[in-house]
Design a protein around this ligand. Structure first.
Ligand code: GCU
Length: 383
């Protein structure tokens, strides 16, 4: 073994000791104790098992996929060098009709279908302009177009309002049976938004201007938790980007740093299924941890980003999830994050299929973050 190999081995064994200290579940160990040795076993057994565990205990179960009457109402306008598609995704359920807005700004004279970034926007319509003529770091649509990408933004509040409303509004009101008591694993708001992201993908994948094999789903904070859950379930997303997603996003739940399971369940009782409350102050009893959510994205690309002042989101815990998701990526033939120690600020790790950066500053989706996401996408999609 050469010197580099030796150093890597020592670093990995330090990280492994850390994983043991945290008593993290092993992504490559089935619930019944069998080790996952082959890609086939991962695909056919462990991946479905993990998805089911996250559905049962954390995010809840969406009762429906694409509704039978799912339809699209489109209007197209020109915006300088770009085309703006204003889309209404429509559908209905036993509780009535739903309509979700999606805006796609794309380069006007592209020679071939372009890759796209889909932002799950949990903020109100007033915080952004779909073509982003005002300069917003949260949604730099014009900049994305300038770099050759389509910029798609989903109005998550149309899927489900971000309020503890007893699951009366949004898609819960449409698809849940009011005559039945709510199950402990019934979907809540994060799962509803993830469902919405998949419906947006239904539109993007049929759009001849978009390269559907290169669609990134992006979210910040609560939207970042959603992006990870959407990407874990829906394998059409080729890249999943979680910006400052923190507790029940990229951060490990077993690390008692920043927001905890109890704090998030108390503060936001409508985000996760009610079964999740059984783990308040009992993170050790969870059959999963958040590195396994990242493992569910393997072998596809995933990007986790933290901010140095965002201690509530536990930046180091976000990074360690990337490290401990590594074995699943390696089993599937892809390199993980390529480091076991959190990098210094402004030193992005882009060498593996798991990318990570720490930005100096506060909890936000900043111009710096977007530039890194596009650099990473360029690396893989514009070879
Ligand atoms: C709160 C919450 C976080 C969440 C954040 C956000 O701070 O505790 O879990 O990520 O809001 O969505 O901005």
């Amino acid at each position: 073994m050469n010197f580099r190999g030796l150093i890597m081995m020592v670093l990995l064994s330090c990280a492994a000791a850390n994983a043991e200290d945290l008593r993290l579940p092993d992504p490559l160990m089935m619930q019944d104790g069998r080790r996952v040795e082959t890609t086939e076993q991962w695909r056919m057994e462990r991946r479905p098992e993990l998805i089911d565990l996250f559905r049962t205990h954390v995010y809840g179960r969406a009762p429906i996929g694409r509704p039978k009457d799912f339809a699209v109402d489109l209007s197209v306008t020109e915006k300088g060098n770009a085309i703006l598609e204003s889309v209404a995704l429509t559908f209905s359920g036993p509780g009535g009709k739903g309509k979700v807005r999606l805006y796609v700004l794309r380069p006007k004279n592209a020679e071939k279908p372009v890759p796209a970034f889909l932002l799950i926007n949990h903020r109100g319509m007033d915080t952004f302009d779909p073509s982003q003529m005002t300069n917003s770091s949260f949604w730099p649509a014009e900049r994305l177009v300038e770099r050759g990408y389509a910029a798609a933004i989903l109005v998550a509040q149309d899927v489900d309002p971000d309020a503890d409303d007893g699951f009366k509004n949004g898609v819960h009101g449409l698809f849940d049976d009011p005559a039945k008591p709510r199950a402990g694993d019934a979907w809540a708001t994060i799962a509803a938004w993830a469902w919405g992201a998949s419906r947006a993908m239904d539109y993007l994948e049929k759009n001849p201007a978009i390269d559907a094999t290169k669609v990134a789903v992006v979210g910040h904070s609560r939207g970042g938790k959603t992006a990870l859950w959407a990407g874990a379930q829906d394998e059409r997303f080729a890249l999943v980007i979680s910006n400052n997603s923190g507790c029940t996003g990229a951060a490990l739940s077993r690390r008692p740093v920043g927001e905890t399971v109890k704090k998030i369940n108390d503060g936001f009782p409508h985000w996760f299924c009610t079964n999740y409350r059984a783990f308040n102050d009992r993170e050790d009893a969870l059959p999963i941890d958040q590195h396994e959510l990242i493992a569910l994205i393997a072998p596809r690309l995933v990007y986790v980003a933290s901010a140095s002042e965002d201690t509530w989101a536990d930046p180091e815990g976000e990074f360690l999830s990337c490290v401990y998701a590594g074995p699943a990526y390696e089993l599937l033939g892809k390199p993980g994050v390529g480091a076991t120690v959190q990098p210094a600020p402004e030193t992005p790790l882009h060498s593996g299929a798991i990318a990570y950066h720490l930005r100096t500053g506060k909890h936000e989706l900043a111009a710096y973050d977007w530039e890194q996401y596009m650099d990473f996408a360029d690396l893989h999609w514009k070879k």
